[in-house]
Design a protein around this ligand. Structure first.
Ligand code: BTN
Length: 255
């Protein structure tokens, strides 16, 4: 029904017309033993989740609201690399399939025209340094017009429709993204992070530019150098010293 030409991803697809959050469904399915590559898709989410406890606006039939269950044999510390990989897959597909020029805002927001069109939420269940499963959720704004986006996010959010003035097939995007993800994932398991890092940096937003970093304790200006071999953020302080950050927030637009 989904017409997927893949080896392992999407062999099992759970499709809901409406659900609270595909992340919730994915966790339930994973706890009940769902296999590596199981996909949850919803036409609408009534309680879509974003990073940092934010909500994710997911109106009916207007976007791709999808979660993937993965059971990779990597260490929990490597899990963020899979999120960065997912962002590069999205950027590649949007570029090739929708002819737009995406940038990735660290760690994994997809920007078109400096506004967010997609976000990724990775959640992991691990015990004693062994991953049981990972759920990667992708939200992609596809066919919303500007007036269909909530007013409070209009200044920073966009959709493929707004940027291209064309409607795009959500089903087609799902197919392209899953096929590309499977390929990129298999390569990552085989060759590790270096290719992903290179790809990510080719899409990186504000690399080489000055940004504001917020940590728990302070905030400061620094130059964004790129990402490390393990996916961490690499910055250069104003005094010239370089640093590796694992859990920083970036004040991207100084707002
Ligand atoms: C973010 O940028 O904050 C991440 C947004 C992730 C949204 C997707 S939509 C599909 C999946 N289900 C959810 O509830 N969230 C993710």
């Amino acid at each position: 029904r989904w017409g997927l030409d893949t080896d392992w991803i999407g062999k099992s697809i759970v499709h809901k017309e409406s659900t609270t959050s595909t992340q919730h469904i994915a966790h339930d399915e994973a706890r009940n033993g769902a296999s590596h590559g199981t996909i949850i898709i919803a036409d609408e989410q009534t309680n879509g989740k974003g990073r940092m406890n934010r909500s994710w606006f997911s109106s009916k039939g207007k976007g791709m609201w999808l979660s993937m269950i993965l059971r990779p044999r990597i260490s929990p510390q490597q899990a963020p690399q899979l999120t960065l990989l997912t962002a590069t897959v999205l950027a590649d597909v949007l570029h090739a399939y929708c002819h737009v020029t995406p940038l990735i805002k660290w760690p994994n927001d997809i920007l078109l025209n400096n506004k967010k069109t997609a976000g990724i939420l990775t959640e992991m269940q691990a015990e004693q340094d062994i991953i049981n499963y990972i759920v990667i959720g992708i939200g992609l704004n596809v066919n919303q017009s500007e007036s269909e986006l909530p007013e409070e996010i209009r200044h920073k959010a966009t959709s493929l429709f707004i940027e291209t003035e064309k409607e795009h097939s959500i089903k087609g995007l799902i197919q392209e993204i899953l096929v590309a993800f499977e390929k990129a994932y298999d390569q990552f398991i085989k060759n590790g992070f270096p290719d992903v890092k290179r790809k990510w940096e080719s899409y990186g937003f504000k690399i080489g530019e000055e940004i504001t970093i917020k940590t728990l304790r302070d905030h400061f200006q620094a130059t964004f150098l790129g990402i490390e071999e393990d996916g961490a953020l690499r910055i250069k302080r104003m005094d010239g010293s370089t640093e590796k950050l694992y859990s920083a927030e970036i004040d991207w637009f100084d707002d």
